[in-house]
Design a protein around this ligand. Sequence first.
Ligand code: ASP
Ligand code: MG
Length: 844
Amino acid sequence: MNYILAGGGRLFGLFSHFNESIGGSMKIYKFGGTSLGSAVRIKKVADIIAGAVNDEKLVVVVSAIHRVTDLLLEAATKACGGDGSCRTILDEIDQIHIAVVEELFSGVRLGDVIAAIRSDLSDLHNIVQGVFLLRELSEKSMAVVLSFGERLSARIVSCYLEERLVASFSLDARELIVTDANYADALVDTLASELQIKKRLASFDGVPVVTGFIAAAPDGTITTLGRGGSDYTASILGAALSASEIWIWTDVDGFFSADPKRVRDARILPYVSYSEAMELSHAGARVLHPLAVQPAMKAGIPLLIKNSFNPEAAGTRIEHSTPLERSRTLPVTGLSSINNIVLLNMSGSGMVGVPGIASRLFSCLARHRINIIFISQASSEQSITLAINPSQAAKAKNILEEIFVREMEFRQIDPLVIRRNLAMVAVVGNNMSGHPGVSAQLFETLGKNGINVIAVAQGANEMNISLVIDGHDENKALNCIHESFFLSQRKVHLFIAGTGTIAKSLIGQISAHRINLQKDNDLDLVVCGMANTGKMALNDNGIDLQHWQEALVPRVDHHGIEGYIELIRARNLHNTIFVDCTASASVAESYPGLLLANISVVTANKLGMAGTWPLYRSIREAQRKSNARFLYETNVGAGLPIINTLNDLKNSGDKIISIEGVLSGTLSFIFNELRKGGRFSEIVRRAREAGYTEPDPRDDLSGADFARKFLILGRELGFTLEYSDVACESLVPEEYRGEMGVPEFLDRLSTIDGWYADEIEKAGKEGMTIAYAGEIREGVATIGLKRLPVASPIAGLNGSENMVVFTTERYLATPLVVRGPGAGGEVTAGGVFADILRIASYLI
Ligand code: ASP
Ligand code: MG
């Protein structure tokens, strides 16, 4: 009877006996190094095998025990360099195996297994000793050394299965897989291997435990399939034996939407198509060797990724697109990344339209076995960009300089440019194909987070967009891309400076409103940092807002606000906002640097926008260069919408004729009371007692803070103003300024009460009254005592209210008035919160 293999379509009537003997159902189980990392782990593996072997035939493939291949590699390399410490490493390898065996076996069998293992280990010692003596290590000898890892583990596992009364035998893959003589990374001869596998495993009893990773050249010498190659072994066996499924047992639950070590919200992918698995593993996902997909795919055999540490988990199923996979709505399936790659750029006018350059470039790199991770060429043909492994960069450069020596001499090709410390991120998904907007979304997210894309590649199958970025941005890129494509809720990371009244109110407001924002706005505000000059709290996953005071710890290494900012920058989280609730000049000076590091800033601190002209200009410049945002609504009139209103008027083409207003709660209170007939010195005293003034009321009466707000408004209107350009009249009489103490000042102040009473009376006779107010008109800002009509809106103020009056071309007969409380923790924090939300909605 003839059988047609499902995927391969190849005739193999000869082996019908085999199919009958296994009843058509057989699985391949491959166990990786960590699954065999200790006696306890191996017992677990035996449990898994014992639990499955009664239902169907199994062929087991094993890697070397955890770390052994690395140690073998190190021992051989050291031996070749004449470094005697290779023996210490060999001892460690002995130790690993003997400890496992001693724990797994006892009695007579222990003796037998130990003897067999020791004999293998002693062969290994001799070979490494040979390398040491000869100081010579070819890829061929290296393959022999490396083969011991799998040979030892296969022997141990199969003996232990026997111990557990599961019939088993170990099988050296050299009997099964035929390759070329490329010892380090051999090319499999699929046909020959298939024949050998079918012949050797035509019928068998018990569970064969096959060495992964190793194979044989046609002359029988040992070759290896490249690091991590045991997965490939399993897939080759599965395809040749027409297995029903190939299970790759590892130490994670399956393919994740992104590396969970880098992206905390990464989720397990229950289904992945063959092509997606291939793309993801080529681009750095470590769960599966990229070559392992191909044989299974060709034969149409599903691959399963299972966790030997958590066998109950469903794992990831890899096959041709399944109904479930097709019904997936997300365009992107997963992300992976390779860190530490090198970009090689060859460019020059002499490359344009010249056929054969690319072919020479690639064939010479291929000849020297330089693996190319990424290729990009724009249609101008002016340059070709390649990504390669850092270890091969120097070699590649030399080769290319040799091959293109003439072109370089004649300046048709420029000197090669190498860029190091880069990362490649791949965004993968079958559903991306024909789905417009994926790359737009991808690049928008990266752009808003200030991640520069150095090179891009997307093939016409549209299932992989690969980007090369600075290595420093790798985690940030993965997190923001992942969030953008996979999560409905987006995170915005806040770092607060200052822990005073405003910060306290802000934390209270955020914590009261956070759940609503998550539910209604899909926004998660995460307060990751708080600091004052002496203490600091940092937590990327969010500080507990109920107990933030306890989280603050005295600073040790990172002093001052600079230290805090340095830490924020080093974290390089996506969607980050720095929130300044201090009144510190040095914090204000950090704004340009923060913005240039693509960290948005929300500030209640006036000392930036009302700082020196050079500081103001550098903030504006940084803002222009950066994709981060800078908002400061609370700098003028606290939570009152003054800056926003002004910008709306300006941006919509209105012409501002003048801005008048009262922007000091203290001065507003004093004059509102004065107009009712109070005595000046009395009112100041009352205001001070009610906490409306600074500790020294002269700080309010000088008008300095008020003037700063008008300075900001003037700059907002486009005028080049320094603080000294604002004409500001102080209400503190000249002779009371200097050293005089507060009590004395308050006592002496009554000397001017009469003057104010007279002024009000005089003004009243003309239908006017007095106020301390500011005005900006035609670029001139003045703050001071003014006479105004009794009917003017400012004369109608109450308590400590603030007011701004915009007279514009559109608001001419009746000006636009903004009025309300212009100070206080709650309203200021509310304004800061609103600015944070404005930036958040831009970011997400
Ligand atoms: N033991 C080999 C390695 O560590 C092969 C494998 O684990 O798949 O690369
Ligand atoms: Mg405001």
